[in-house]
Design a protein around this ligand. Structure first.
Ligand code: HEC
Length: 349
C-alpha cells in the first residue's frame, strides 16, 4: 500500500511551533513541498501544484502567510520522518486519511480529496466491466496496483511503462487503446496536453483508491482540529482547484461487480443505457409527452423501416433538429440494447 505513497507525499506544510499552542494564529505557514512533482507541487513550473494551493488556502484561513521549504518526497515514509516527525514541519498535505497510516505517530485531518487509479480512454471506448477491455491494448505503469490487478487476471493485453506519463503518452500516440494509471496524473495530462479529449473513470477496488488529508504529529490535536475546520470551509474552493488540474472527481466505479449482460438482460441493460444517455431529451423510460420525440411511436411511424430509421438516426444524429450523433459515443452493443428496450415499449397501432 505504502509503495505508491511517494507520489502523494508531496507537500509538507510546516507550521511555526507557536501555532500548536492556543492563541491567535500568527506567523508563517511553512509549506514543504517536492520541487518537481506536478500536478501536486513544483518549484519551477507554470503551476505551483494542487497541494501547494491547498496548503496556501488553509494557511490563509488560519490567518497566516506561507513560505515553501522544498523536500524530495520519493520515499514517502522517510520524508514524513525527516520532516513532520523530526519537528521541522508541523503539517503534511497529501497523507492518506486511512486508519493505520503511520498512526502511532501521525494523525491525519479529514480527507479533502479522493485520489486513485483510473482508466483513461477516448469517450468512444465504452466499457462497463474491466473484462470489456480484454480485446483492447492497455497501458499500465510498472509496479502499481493497476498493473498487479491486470496481471492477476487472464486475457488482458497489457503494455507496461515506467511512468503514468509514458503510459498516457502512448495512448496519445494511439499505441494503446486505454491506460489504467494514477488518476490525478492522467487528468492533468488530459487537460494540459490533450485538451480534455479523454474520459477518465476512477476504478474502485482494494488498494486502488485513497482519501487524502493533511497529517500532523500525533498529539497536535488542536492544530488538526483547526485544519479540519478550515478544510470544511474550503471544500468548494479545493474542488475548483482539483478541477483546474483536471483531477477526476467522479465516484470510483466497481468494474468487477457488474455482471455480464445476457440476452435476457438486454432490455433492462438497454433501458438503463437509454435512461443514462437519451432520457433527458426523450424522457425517462421513453415516456415522452412530445410526439416528435416519443420513441414509443417508432413502429407506428415507420413500420418495418423502424430498425433502419432508428439506426441511422442514432448513429448519425439529426444535427439540424437537435438529435446528436452517437456513433463515437456508444458501443454497437449498447445501441442494439437500446433498440431491444425500445422494441419492448412500442405502442400498438
Ligand atoms: C440533446 C437531445 C437528444 C438526445 C440526448 C437524444 N436525442 Fe434522439 N432526438 C432528439 C430530437 C430533438 C429528435 C427529433 C428529431 C426530429 O424531429 O426529427 C430526436 C430523434 C430521435 C430519433 C428519431 C425519431 C423519429 O421518430 O424519427 C431516434 C430513433 C432517437 N432520437 C433516438 C435517440 C437515442 C436512442 C438517444 C440516446 C442514445 C437519443 N435519441 C438521444 C434529441 C435527442
Amino acid at each position: 500500500m505504502i509503495r505508491h505513497l511517494p507520489r502523494l507525499l508531496l507537500v509538507v506544510v510546516a507550521l511555526a511551533a507557536s501555532v500548536s499552542v492556543a492563541g491567535p494564529p500568527a506567523g508563517t505557514l511553512r509549506l514543504c513541498a517536492d520541487p518537481d512533482n506536478l500536478p501536486f507541487s513544483s518549484a519551477t513550473g507554470p503551476e505551483r501544484g494542487f497541494y501547494l494551493d491547498v496548503g496556501a488556502l488553509v494557511a490563509a484561513r488560519l490567518g497566516m502567510t506561507t513560505d515553501v521549504v522544498w523536500w524530495r518526497s520519493f520515499y514517502g515514509a522517510r520524508a514524513v520522518r525527516n520532516t513532520l516527525l523530526a519537528d521541522t514541519c508541523d503539517a503534511y498535505v497529501g497523507l492518506p486519511a486511512e486508519a493505520g497510516y503511520m498512526d502511532r505517530r501521525v494523525t491525519v485531518s479529514r480527507p479533502f480529496l479522493d485520489v486513485g487509479y483510473a482508466i483513461v480512454a477516448p469517450p468512444s471506448l465504452a466499457f462497463a466491466r474491466l473484462d470489456d477491455l480484454k480485446p483492447r491494448r492497455l497501458a499500465v505503469e510498472f509496479r502499481t496496483p493497476a498493473q498487479s490487478l491486470l496481471a492477476s487476471k487472464d486475457g488482458f493485453n497489457v503494455s507496461t511503462f515506467r511512468s503514468a506519463e509514458e503510459a498516457v503518452e502512448a495512448l496519445g500516440r494511439q499505441e494503446v487503446d486505454a491506460a489504467f494509471v494514477w488518476g490525478p496524473i492522467a487528468g492533468y495530462l488530459n487537460v494540459t496536453k490533450f485538451a480534455g479529449a479523454y474520459r477518465i473513470v476512477p476504478v474502485a477496488g482494494e488498494g486502488l483508491q485513497w482519501r487524502i488529508g493533511i497529517g500532523v504529529r500525533k498529539g497536535d490535536e488542536t492544530l488538526r482540529r483547526r485544519i479540519d475546520e478550515a478544510l470544511g470551509q474550503l471544500a468548494p474552493e479545493i474542488r475548483r482547484r482539483a478541477e483546474h488540474y483536471g483531477f477526476p472527481l467522479a465516484a470510483a466505479v466497481d468494474l468487477t461487480a457488474v455482471p455480464p449482460v445476457s440476452t435476457t438482460d438486454a432490455v433492462a441493460a438497454g433501458r438503463s443505457a437509454f435512461n443514462q444517455h437519451c432520457s433527458h431529451c426523450h424522457s425517462p423510460n421513453a415516456h415522452s409527452p412530445e410526439p416528435a420525440r416519443d420513441l414509443r411511436r417508432l413502429r407506428i411511424r415507420y413500420g418495418e423501416r423502424m430498425t433502419a430509421v432508428f439506426y441511422e438516426a442514432v448513429t448519425l444524429g439529426r444535427s439540424a433538429k437537435g438529435m446528436p450523433p452517437w456513433k463515437e459515443i456508444l458501443k454497437q452493443e449498447d445501441i442494439v440494447r437500446i433498440l431491444s428496450f425500445l422494441e419492448s415499449v412500442q405502442s400498438s397501432p
